[in-house]
Design a binder for this molecule. Structure first.
Ligand SMILES: [Zn+2]
Length: 231
């Protein structure tokens, strides 16, 4: 059982890095997450690299994460987390954050996620889309809004004509086939991640760097973020 759930690269290190370079060629990028801090935790280094390379990075944050931890005892957690996300976005160079304002832990209970996603997607026409892996997710942390967001994106993508589909990359996947080198953006990623004080009191960056170091080690680089590339 543990072998099945263990995260394992499915291609050679060279191929994984080549797939990562393909991701970085995106010009209009859409990253879809459930809560403030998801993006910075899982793919902050990649998003910073994309904006450094001149891509327009649009991100969706489906809920304000009002049911998450409140380590700073904020009076209005949703508002505080929105501000934390906006600060992180500035540091990480996102062109725009699309807040959907859906209920935390209920992101995919109704049709709203799909409707709002469709609107943003059609107005941007992205060439690269990133989200949670809804099928081959990796442990240890699972949240229904994460896999639900990924599933909504995956279903929309599959509903498109094959030739007009953008490249789709899943993060938090246990069968990754792509790695982006984030050695140069690690420090900025940590700074963006540490803006989410209500969640981690500004201490998440160092913990996250250890994970990026493990990913990098598998392909012979300093720090990396891994993905499962579908197309
Ligand atoms: Zn989350």
């Amino acid at each position: 059982m543990w072998v099945f759930f263990r995260t394992q690269l499915t291609v050679s290190p060279e191929k994984a890095l080549a797939n990562g370079r393909h991701l970085l060629r995106g010009r209009t990028v859409l990253a879809v997450a459930a809560h403030p801090d998801d993006l910075e935790w899982y793919v902050g280094g990649t998003l910073r690299r994309l904006s450094d390379e001149g891509a327009r990075v649009h991100v969706i944050v489906a809920s304000f994460g009002e049911k998450g931890p409140n380590l700073t005892h904020a009076g209005n957690l949703a508002e505080t987390r929105e501000l934390e996300q906006l600060r992180a976005a500035r540091i990480n160079g996102y062109a725009q954050v699309h807040f959907f304002g859906l209920p935390d832990k209920g992101v995919v209970d109704g049709p709203a996620m799909r409707q709002k996603l469709t609107q943003v997607w059609q107005s941007l026409n992205p060439d690269i889309v990133l989200t949670f892996d809804p099928v081959l997710w990796s442990l240890p942390y699972l949240h229904p809004d994460h896999q639900g967001s990924g599933r909504t994106v995956y279903e929309y993508w599959r509903s498109m004509r094959r030739e007009s589909r953008p490249s789709l990359f899943f993060w938090q996947s246990r069968r990754p086939n792509a790695v982006v080198d984030i050695s140069d953006t690690l420090t900025t990623k940590e700074r963006a991640l540490n803006q989410h004080f209500t969640q981690n009191l500004g201490r998440a960056g160092a913990r996250n760097a250890a994970i990026s170091s493990q990913v990098g080690h598998q392909v012979g680089i300093g720090y990396g973020e891994s993905f499962r590339r579908l197309q």
